[in-house]
Design a binder for this molecule. Structure first.
Ligand code: GLC
Length: 487
């Protein structure tokens, strides 16, 4: 792959204006907060650009965009807002027969009424799955941090958890631990050929199950019931099977790829299981050779019969570190891979949403010629500053859990993170805290990008918090922390 970008060009020098930038980001964040049901409930997705009007549904409260918002509020101890957000979402959890248990992807208050979008109002009328999976994660983080156990064990929360679990823990045609979803079911909410079992959804499902188990264990301390015990056992087993499934079928290194290239095809029956998805060696893309180098590894984007998707998706891989889905040596293999491919993944504006982009022909087929997802743009290989904090927190959590491990590598990761932070700090204010940047280097503001996008602002503040305010707060996102550690 041709080098598109030169390291010397990086805009990463520390800036003396850091205090001013942080102060203005904090101010913007406060302005993004809106009320519903008479109290502050969360942030709008983007603040209207002063010179433009009609920002589509960016004035709504998106659940996924509010993930960093809620984490930031928890760090500040503003628990009332987080609790209100969680309660309003619960109120909006669907009770319709065909969608019972689903949380909306966004909502807004209009003339005193809450109006929620479960997909029926969105462009393309797409299904949103990630919002529902995020809710238990946020709920657990809130309970853990605020110690509001009464909320965690309340009937409303426990009922919400069971309704959500009904959507996952049920028989299916495949009998697999993954959740099958249509195209556009998560942050990538326009066609990108990510139907099936996309990594971002499956890793989130893992975090969701883990959080549901924590919440159920909490309830069990107060009230033992057979039903709860059964659900807990089932959810634990599902989470365990899901993890093994993803590690077996999605994790690739140069060693696993070589094995894949030489494995038999057309296998059937119980004794032939080297190539369960009948993957032909021809579908393994040549760019993987340089990309993986000797000691890199990552989770691929999707596994489908005969058609694995080898694209690298940043959010799924970052969450796999944070949620502890990847084992410690695998996390370090992922860090090596990002370091090795930083020209593509970080470049001028960290971090790229996925790599490589679908090319012109694949774009026509895979996106239905969606102009927003043109190669290198938006979801198709665009750069999203809001993604950096997930990866950054993954590095810092790893460092905290394994302080002795590969000190050299972790030192390099730390410098990479610092440089990415400075790169954002020096560009985002001039670029109006844009939603995304176009590739290949991410230098230019996205062609159709919103400005003053909340998760761009708050993602930056979250990284600033861990790097310079309180590094110990990285614990907040540690889903492995057991209930026994709580008082
Ligand atoms: C776009 C993005 C989606 C985001 C929404 C609001 O639709 O694709 O991920 O949640 O904007 O910011």
């Amino acid at each position: 792959m041709a080098k598109q970008f030169s390291q010397e060009m990086l805009r990463l020098r520390p800036s003396s204006r850091e205090d001013t930038v942080v102060a203005s980001a904090r101010d913007l964040f406060e302005r993004s907060l809106v009320q519903a049901r008479g109290a502050v409930v969360g942030s709008v997705a983007a603040m209207a650009h002063p010179r433009r009007s009609g920002e589509a549904n960016y004035g709504e409260v998106f659940l996924r965009d509010n993930v960093p918002v809620m984490v930031y509020l928890l760090l500040q101890g503003r628990y009332t807002i987080v609790r209100h957000f969680l309660s309003v979402c619960l109120e909006l959890q669907s009770s319709a027969y065909q969608t019972r248990g689903v949380f909306p992807s966004s909502f807004v208050e209009e003339e005193g009424e809450l109006v929620a979008d479960y997909g029926q109002r969105s462009i393309g009328r797409i299904t949103s799955v990630d919002a529902s999976l995020w809710w238990p994660v946020l709920c657990w983080l809130y309970v853990k941090r605020s110690r509001d156990y009464a909320f965690g064990t309340s009937q409303a929360v426990q009922r919400g958890v069971q309704l959500l679990l009904d959507l996952v823990l049920h028989p299916s045609f495949e009998g697999l631990p993954v959740l099958f979803v249509p195209d556009c079911a998560f942050m990538i909410d326009r066609p990108m050929d990510v139907w099936g079992a996309p990594l971002d959804v499956e890793v989130l499902l893992f975090g969701c199950l883990r959080s549901c188990c924590h919440l159920m264990e909490l309830a069990r301390r107060e009230n033992v019931s057979r039903m709860l015990d059964q659900r807990l056992a089932l959810a634990r087993q599902w989470q365990h099977d899901l993890r093994l499934y993803l590690l077996k079928h999605y994790w690739v290194t140069t060693k696993t790829v070589q094995g894949m290239r030489r494995q038999p095809t057309e296998q059937y029956g119980v004794n032939q299981h080297e190539n369960e998805f009948n993957v032909q060696p021809q579908v393994i893309p040549p760019w993987l050779q340089d990309w993986l180098e000797n000691r890199g590894g990552y989770l691929i984007g999707n596994m489908r019969t005969g058609r694995p998707d080898f694209r690298f998706f940043s959010l799924g891989n970052s969450l796999a570190c944070l949620f502890g889905l990847l084992r410690a040596p695998q996390q370090r293999a992922l860090f090596r891979l990002v370091l090795h491919n930083r020209d593509q993944l970080m470049a001028q504006m960290p971090m790229r949403i996925c790599h490589p982009p679908l090319d012109a022909e694949q774009w026509r087929q895979g996106t239905g010629s969606d102009p927003k997802n043109w190669p290198g743009c938006y979801h198709n290989g665009g750069h999203w500053p809001s993604l950096l904090w997930y990866f950054g927190w993954g590095i810092l959590l790893h460092e905290q859990r394994h302080p002795e491990a590969d000190v050299l590598l972790m030192g390099q990761m730390r410098s990479l993170l610092d440089e990415c932070y400075w790169s954002q700090l020096n560009q985002l204010p001039q670029q109006k805290w844009a939603e995304y940047f176009d590739g290949p280097t991410g230098t230019w503001m996205g062609q159709q990008s919103r400005t003053f996008q909340t998760w761009t602002v708050v993602g930056f503040l979250l990284l600033h918090h861990l790097l310079w305010v309180n590094p110990a707060d990285v614990n907040l996102l540690d889903l492995e922390m057991e209930l026994t550690g709580l008082r």
